[in-house]
Design a protein around this ligand. Structure first.
Ligand SMILES: *Cc1c(COP(=O)(O)O)cnc(C)c1O
Length: 459
């Protein structure tokens, strides 16, 4: 048996080498991928090999074949979609998580990593100012965190209407109404589809994409029965926050369950300067956030936080003789939609342990400061207009007509110094900037603004 262990070392050493090369290359390589997908497929695909290849050779081939097709997502000049980088402590802990290869479903089977996840969960609740007794499930991302919160909501509300959906299913039961802001993230609709709850009813939003409370009040009064209200902490385009406290209290007066999608915005709560953006949100019933965005752990990691353990465990928990669960102690498998999984909470523990309270605060504050600096820099470019109030990490810019905005965006992307998404928001084309990477510094900001200036001065 022992003779097999040394076989790990050459492959791991090569992986560490390639990882370092990649991370070092980010300083100067173009942010966009260099290779076309077809060319990559030709190198990496082809017929299945007939026989074995040494692991270290495979790692070398993998690195060489993939490298031209890698996007500089961990670069400090990557501002596409909402994509965090990777903090060193989180990356190293992620490697170790794979090496340990623990199944994190149960406390008894893997007490070490479950203890780490419990600690990470408690720290996250503390930083976010959420109820210390809430359940935290480590899921793949905010999509599944939304699903988890909404599964608990469905269970709870239907039970209140005399219907046990876990036992009887949805058919024949009362309909669950779901009210969402018109600019909610598409993954909420997806989670609702998984849950058989159909397409939600959209409530009007204002010019920043924030849900309008008066409109929510009208929508709530317009129907009855089991109702979920989904609020948003961090709009994908503007970064804006719904009026969370007021909307939560209003929804509760109507007996609704309040779920907050804060995939990247929830972490505003960790900064005293930004905390007012989420004021009152701790009174909601469930919250979804990502760790792989603002918190800068590697993919895939999100947190599903539910204030009411009972319906969550009824909705997603499982019992089987062979599980060896501790009855009553609570096992990770009761808080997430899956059984076997990696201990994806370990990198969360590592980044929180490394940054500490002040470090998380600095991280969030610096993302926002960099977003403001980029907005100010771009606002100084002739013909550019920042079209949102920059309250958090997101900036949207228009360059006159939609056509010109699209042309400038295309030139920014082709240039390679920076990467920003094109999008459409509130009826116009925009160049969209999301500052989500811990490593972005003043030089990254300056180089990126310069790249936008070059792209905007070509015509
Ligand atoms: C990214 C995002 C999601 C989806 O998160 P995944 O991690 O991609 O599953 C949901 N809501 C908002 C607001 C987001 O930004």
């Amino acid at each position: 048996m022992t003779a097999r262990w040394p076989a790990f070392a050459p492959a791991l050493d090569r992986a560490a080498h390639h990882a370092r090369e990649w991370l070092t290359s980010l300083a100067e390589r173009p942010v966009h991928p260099r290779a076309h997908p077809d060319a990559l497929a030709a190198v990496l695909g082809g017929p299945l090999p007939d026989g074995p290849t040494a692991p270290e050779t495979v790692v070398d081939e993998l690195a060489a074949g993939t490298e031209p097709g890698l996007m500089g997502m961990p670069s400090g000049r990557f501002f596409g979609w909402v994509i965090g980088g990777t903090h060193p402590a989180a990356l190293a802990a992620d490697w170790l998580t794979s090496a340990w290869d623990q199944n994190a479903a149960m406390r008894r089977s893997s007490p070490g990593v479950v203890a780490v996840e419990d600690a990470a969960a408690a720290w996250a609740l503390d930083l976010l100012g959420l109820p210390p007794g809430a359940d935290v499930g480590f899921v793949t991302g905010a999509t599944m965190a939304n699903f988890t919160g909404l599964a608990a909501a469905r269970q709870h509300l239907l039970a209140g209407a005399g219907w046990d959906v876990a036992r009887d299913g949805l058919a024949g039961g009362p309909r669950v109404r779901v009210l969402v802001g018109a600019e909610r993230h598409e993954t909420l609709d997806l989670a609702l589809r998984y849950l058989g709850l159909g397409t939600p009813t959209a409530v009007a939003v204002d010019a920043q994409g924030r849900l309008v409370v008066d409109d929510l009040e009208r929508a709530l009064a317009d129907g009855d029965g089991p109702t979920i209200v989904c609020l948003q902490a961090g709009n994908l385009h503007s970064g804006a926050f719904d009026p969370l406290g007021d909307a939560t209290d209003l929804a509760h007066r109507h007996g609704a369950w309040v779920h907050v999608d804060g995939a990247f915005g929830l972490w505003a709560a960790a900064s005293p300067r930004l905390r007012s953006l989420v004021a009152g949100y701790e009174r909601a019933d469930s919250w979804a956030t990502d760790a792989h965005k603002t918190l800068n752990v590697p993919y895939d990691c999100g947190l599903a936080i539910v204030a009411h353990p009972e319906p969550l465990r009824r909705a997603l928990g499982m019992r089987a003789e062979y599980f060896a669960t501790f009855s009553g102690a609570g096992d990770p498998l009761e808080k997430v939609p899956e059984l076997s999984r990696r201990a994806r909470g370990v990198p969360v523990w590592a980044v929180l342990r490394s940054l500490g309270r002040s470090g998380v605060e600095d991280l969030v504050d610096s993302l926002v400061a960099n977003a403001r600096a980029i907005a100010d820099g771009i606002a100084g470019i002739e013909g550019a207009q920042v079209v949102n109030d920059v309250v958090f990490t997101q900036v949207c810019v228009a360059f006159g007509s939609d056509e010109r905005t699209r042309a400038v965006t295309a030139r920014v992307l082709a240039d390679g110094v920076t990467w920003m998404s094109g999008s459409r928001w509130q009826g116009r084309d925009v160049l969209r900037v999301s500052v989500s990477n811990w490593s972005t510094d003043a030089e990254d900001v300056a180089r990126s603004v310069d790249a936008v200036r070059r792209a905007a001065s070509t015509d």
